[in-house]
Write a protein that binds this ligand. Structure first.
Ligand SMILES: Cc1ncc(COP(=O)(O)O)c(C=O)c1O
Length: 355
């Protein structure tokens, strides 16, 4: 059977998301928290998980987790939706919204790859708007494109992955104010930037905020959070699969909220590590890093960057190399690791550059 004949055209044209499983000693490619839980806390977490009835389906609405998260975020629990990572929430948004004939999804680029991948999978028309050479929004172009194209959704990664910067807040506010579309502010790196649109939820009913626990130490648990007006949550719940958050992840989310100081201590270490890493990278000849409000740093290299990437890998250090021919072709991204990992990365980088 020729399955190409029956597969949707937009899927046929896609490639599977290229997450490489590359063995490495020092893993600095995926913007994860480098620290594991201290042993007493790990012990406490296992106790927590022991109480789960594995023979039962999990709470289909993650009610307790939503209630506790609502307290933590100071919103009503009917303004929250939990996803299997924020990836799933992006998917729910793109499944639920936009059936207008002229509708489109607007994405400033470069940015987080999943907006485009999921938008293509779900059959959307996509309009990509290039950032300027300092990776900021081109306000006039954004506003004009939005007013001419009647989009249903605009995505902003805030701070932006992979460039690391926060876009101009006034520009985003103008878009929220002037446009008739849903504006998604993806605050995956909020714990490193401290900047949020959360207090503005009452002001703009077209504002949707995404958060995740992946960057603060629970990437394995896949817990994303969407915060928006109850009317939006109501519609999104129609496309959410009934048991999308498994019982272990729900318990891990509650565990995070009860022990958040321990997790946030690690986040503060990462912020200090990021600022040190930037200073060190700025001092290395041929490396041009960009300041970051997230837990990673984007940089370009005057040498052959593919050779640099491979030489780092030979030394057991994995970073993110952008291999497509687009705007990022000269760039690489390194996640802020533990102090020891950063030292090892910098020493290897200096060695390779000197060679
Ligand atoms: C901007 C942004 N949003 C969302 C995600 C995905 O988060 P999750 O692990 O919750 O699916 C990432 C992951 O790197 C990201 O960079």
């Amino acid at each position: 059977m020729e399955i190409q004949r029956i597969i949707k055209k937009n899927i046929l044209r896609q490639e599977a998301y290229p997450i490489e499983k590359i063995g490495s000693r020092v893993k600095l490619d995926a913007n994860e928290n480098p620290y594991t839980l201290p042993p007493p806390l790990k012990e406490k977490m296992f106790k927590y998980l022991e109480a789960i009835s594995l023979n039962r389906y999990p709470d289909p609405r993650s009610s307790e987790l939503r209630a506790r998260l609502a307290d933590y975020l100071r919103v009503h629990d009917d303004m929250l939706l939990i996803g299997n990572g924020s990836d799933e929430l992006i998917q729910m948004l793109l499944v639920a919204f936009n059936s207008l004939p002229s509708g489109a999804v607007i994405i400033p680029v470069p940015t987080f790859a999943m907006y485009k991948i999921i938008a293509l999978n779900t059959g959307h028309k996509i309009i990509e708007i290039p950032l300027n050479d300092q990776f900021h929004l081109n306000e006039e172009l954004m506003l004009d494109t939005i007013s001419q194209n009647n989009p249903s959704l605009v995505f902003f990664s805030y701070p932006n992955n992979p460039t690391g910067n926060l876009f101009n807040r006034e520009t985003i506010e103008k878009i929220l104010e002037q446009s008739n579309c849903l504006v998604v502010i993806d605050e995956a790196y909020f714990n490193f930037s401290g900047e949020t649109f959360l207090p503005n939820l009452d002001k703009w009913e077209n504002l949707i905020i995404l958060r995740t626990l992946s960057k603060v130490g629970l990437a394995a648990m896949r817990l994303g959070i969407l915060i928006a007006q109850p009317s939006i949550i109501h519609e999104l719940n129609k496309v959410r699969l009934p048991y999308n958050i498994n019982a272990i992840s729900q318990a891990a989310g509650l565990f995070f909220l009860e022990n958040k100081e321990e997790f946030l201590k690690q986040t503060r270490r990462v912020i200090t590590g990021r600022d040190n890493l930037l200073r060190e990278l700025e001092g290395i000849e041929k490396i041009h890093p960009y300041p970051s409000d997230a837990n990673f740093i984007l940089f370009s290299c005057a040498n052959d960057k593919n050779k640099l990437y491979n030489s780092l890998l030979e030394k057991g250090i994995l970073i993110k190399n952008f291999t497509s021919s687009g705007i990022l072709k000269d760039f690489m991204r390194v996640t802020v690791g533990s102090d020891g990992e950063t030292r090892e990365f910098l020493a290897a980088l200096r060695d390779i550059i000197r060679m």
